[in-house]
Write a protein that binds this ligand. Sequence first.
Ligand SMILES: C[S@@+](CC[C@H](N)C(=O)[O-])C[C@H]1O[C@@H](n2cnc3c(N)ncnc32)[C@H](O)[C@@H]1O
Length: 224
Amino acid sequence: MTQTQPGPAAAPAPTPEVLAAFEAADGFMPVDEGLALYAAAVEAAQRTGLPVLEIGTYCGRSAILLADAARRTGTVALTVDHHRGSEEQQPGWEYHDPTLVDPEVGLMDTLPRFRRTLHEAGLEQHVIALVGRSPQVAAVWGGKLALVFIDGGHTDEHAGGDYQGWAPHLAEDGLLVVHDVFPDPADGGQAPYRVYLRALAEGFEEVSVTGSLRVLRRAARAAG
Ligand SMILES: C[S@@+](CC[C@H](N)C(=O)[O-])C[C@H]1O[C@@H](n2cnc3c(N)ncnc32)[C@H](O)[C@@H]1O
């Protein structure tokens, strides 16, 4: 009798309903990168039993996937944003969406759209929104994390601050995910790439590359 060897386990993927909600949500992440983020979140949360955290909620597109990964693994997704938008989302800039401006305050406010998006996806109870500036939240945060996903401000000040503030909260074997890593300046801004290089220099190793999404893990310490 021939025995079939089990092949490599398929990467965990969201249900078609969750994927459809992700695709319908406002935001910037392509599907292939979303699937890589989802697989990393499920793997890290399952292995550690700890929450996953994102910096850069915007309207909840990537948060849908993190919330579903948290639901699936019995943890919770945390998502940090001041909800006033990044530099490139302000009026007159490339990524500005005028429907996200609070007309009374005259400033961007992505929190209502985020809340509606997560509610409509049926994932509200699996996500905790932390409304504030990333370095301030990181400074008072006390717990360990399975995964930190950096997708906040794309200047050196902001992306570097996200890494500096949140990487110390990662569990020993947790995963660091960085979005918009473009080694070629012709493809995009360099701050996330510099964060990625800094992480490699400080003991992380690459686990996977999908588009501009890099998944990293702290390199195992040498025995002895
Ligand atoms: C590129 S968007 C996030 C996109 C989202 N992850 C998605 O996939 O749809 C960046 C977000 O980071 C937020 N942000 C920028 N700098 C921040 C900071 N220092 N603290 C908190 N949020 C910040 C902006 O308000 C914006 O909503």
